[in-house]
Write a protein that binds this ligand. Structure first.
Ligand SMILES: [Zn+2]
Length: 466
């Protein structure tokens, strides 16, 4: 049945609300919400990256709106996704590290839409956001089928972007034509180890490689300082450039799969009236000078880890968000994403959401807080984690192991390579107080973090257990 015929039948059946001669009201806009795990904001073509990593996302950004200053409130996968869905900080929703269950009973973006007639579905590519996290309870349909195993950690099932998005497209093609939907697709590809299923070496040795290769020592565990983490090691390769090129090829692979998925949406007639949002849970430290860890995230809150891409392509060719994105000095956070999606879909706001719709114009400048995984002594004292605040051009970082502080001035140090904490005691104290204020808020009881094989490995490597 065509969509038009369907509407005609609906009008006949209801016999109300469809006056003769008037076209039926359009179905509500649907939404595709894509989170690309570990995707740095600055390695995308539309953000000015010199490698051709993202032709399809570049096209999406041209058709829609890209926010250059978007930040995740968490550097770790489970907590960050929980914040995207609940518009709450980790201490408010209670997921402060991976391996914690998503709490029941919170207001979420997908629950809000499900209550308003949307069919909701989640398609994920990693066990970290799979059924063990409990996210299946938030969706009408949830698919976390793993088809492959992570290269160096076979206990972690995952699924390449092409397979995840193929399953998502098949699901959408099977929906009734008039059914509005909210579909979340999580892609794991840029997450290490960097071994793209297609053309993994496409950027290796190209013109963007450094003429003086930096050789890094290989680590024997995952949370190691100044070494390549064990789970990231590719053969006996030690050149930083090689890993960066391989990371970029993962981005390109995910981008190609997204391009095919967007083409499928057009084929099934679901492109024009679907809102498309692409963002990330966090970025990745690659080989930034002075940043203590290489090819890592989770416990790191420097800019390259907490700044995330945010591309919003509105339905029906609208560009209502363009003024908000044009305010380049305005930082937005992952807490703002869920309220913005509701607003763009014409749905009422959800009172429990802490963030704010980006359709509502500029807000007073406010600090942006980002948290590394925390909540256990292992993470905070043994492995070490970071908490950070960005306010205007200043980023303040505190390290949980020893309380050491860092301060960076983005006006002349966007790469956060020169710590000026000693030279700026007043600024440091103000940002420390802002962070302490947020952390002193009442917390939702966090659930125990389940110890994993990687945790045990880290403890062994650090000499804590045999
Ligand atoms: Zn992640």
């Amino acid at each position: 049945m065509t969509r038009r015929a369907g509407w005609r039948l609906l009008c006949v059946g209801l016999a109300i609300g469809c006056r003769r001669g008037e076209p039926p009201a359009a179905r509500p806009a649907s939404a595709v919400f894509v989170t690309v795990d570990t995707l740095r904001a600055d390695h995308l073509g539309f953000a000015g990256y010199p490698r051709d990593t993202s032709p399809h996302l570049d096209a999406l950004a041209r058709e829609g709106t890209a926010f250059p200053g978007a930040y995740s409130v968490s550097a770790t996968t489970g907590a960050s996704h929980a914040s995207l869905f609940t518009s709450l900080y980790p201490h408010e929703h209670g997921v402060v590290a991976n391996r914690q269950r998503f709490p029941r009973g919170l207001a979420t973006l997908m629950r809000a839409l499900r209550g308003r007639g949307y069919r909701t579905a989640g398609f994920v590519s990693s066990v970290v956001v799979g059924r063990k996290m409990g996210l299946q309870d938030e969706f009408d349909h949830f698919d976390d089928q793993g088809t492959t195993a992570e290269l160096n950690r076979p206990q972690r099932p995952e699924r390449p972007a092409a397979a995840t998005l193929e399953a998502a497209a098949a699901h959408l093609a099977g929906l009734p034509a008039d059914m509005p939907f909210f579909l979340w697709a999580h892609l794991i590809d840029p997450h290490g180890p960097y071994a793209a299923p297609e053309e993994p070496d496409r950027f290796v040795g190209d013109a963007h490689a450094s003429p003086r290769p930096l050789l890094l020592p290989i680590g024997s565990a995952d949370w190691v300082m100044g070494r390549i983490p064990a789970y990231q090691v590719l053969g006996d390769r030690r050149e930083a450039d090689f890993y960066v090129a391989r990371y970029d090829a993962e981005i390109r692979y995910a981008d190609e799969a997204l391009g095919r998925f967007f083409a499928r949406l057009r084929q099934i007639g679901r492109w024009d009236d679907t809102l498309v949002v692409v963002t990330a849970d966090h970025g990745e430290t690659l080989a930034e000078p002075g940043h203590k860890r290489y090819f890592a995230h989770g416990t790191i809150t420097y800019d390259e880890v907490v700044r995330i891409p945010l591309v919003v392509r509105e339905p029906h060719g609208q560009r209502r968000l363009a003024p908000a994105a044009a305010d380049a000095g305005q930082a937005v956070t992952s807490l703002d994403v869920a309220p913005t999606v509701l607003d763009l879909l014409g749905q009422p706001p959800e009172p429990a959401f802490r963030g704010r719709s980006l359709l509502r114009g500029a807000r007073p400048a406010a600090p942006v807080f980002s948290f590394g995984a925390y909540g256990t002594e292992l993470l905070e004292k043994t492995i070490g984690t970071q908490f950070s605040v960005l306010e205007g051009p200043w980023r303040y970082v505190v390290n949980s192991q020893d309380g050491s502080e860092e301060l960076y001035d983005h006006r002349d140090d966007a790469a956060e390579s020169r710590n000026v904490a000693v030279q700026q005691p007043a600024r440091r104290a103000a940002l420390r107080a802002a962070l302490a204020g947020l952390r002193s808020e009442s917390r939702r009881e966090a659930q125990a973090v389940e110890m994993t094989a990687e945790h045990h490995q880290a403890l062994r490597a650090l000499g804590y257990v045999q």
